[in-house]
Design a protein around this ligand. Structure first.
Ligand code: SME
Length: 163
């Protein structure tokens, strides 16, 4: 069953994340490759919730530069400087950033004009080093809240686990 791509849009959010997390853990059982995990999580998150864009920007120059990694959705920008846009803000502060309306976020980087709200979650490795950020964009206003923050941060714990 682990090979199925779930659609969880009709489920209460917390329940959907609980099921998704179990599924991700099952699919990634025995895997220790970060890119494989990023690709798998992008796919499962994207299709479970029907988001506009779901994927990772990887730290390629610590404190300076993010470069796009595995994602699902329309063409993403290739590189983002720390401190620029929502992804850059999350990378610079090492905190999750929830943006209910991207038009009200100074310096937001528009890759797809349909994007209205987003969440960016930092991804830490086993030594608390920032490896990447997870960026999820939605076509709807205020899609993301504290439940998304908590559950996505928990899901990103996969990368900090010693394997
Ligand atoms: N939303 C991001 C830019 C990346 S794309 O939308 C894929 C930002 O402002 O950081």
């Amino acid at each position: 069953m682990a090979e199925v791509t779930l659609d969880l849009r009709d489920r209460p959010k917390a329940e959907a994340y609980a099921e998704l997390k179990q599924h991700v853990e099952a699919v990634l059982e025995g895997v220790d490759d970060d890119i494989t995990a990023m690709a798998t999580m992008s796919c499962l998150l994207h299709h479970a919730f029907g988001h506009l864009w779901t994927g990772f920007y990887r730290v390629v120059q610590p404190g300076k530069l993010l470069r796009v990694g595995p994602y699902q959705g329309t063409l993403g920008c290739l590189e983002i400087t720390f401190g620029k846009g929502v992804c850059g803000a999350s990378a610079a502060t090492r905190e999750t950033v929830v943006v209910p309306d991207v038009h009200a976020f100074p310096g937001h980087i528009t890759c797809d004009g349909r994007s209205v709200s987003e969440i960016v979650v930092p991804v830490f490795g086993p030594n608390r080093e920032l490896m990447a950020v997870l960026d999820i964009d939605s076509e709807h206003k205020a899609t993301f809240d504290d439940v998304d923050k908590r559950e996505l941060e928990s899901l990103m714990g996969w990368f900090s686990r010693k394997r």
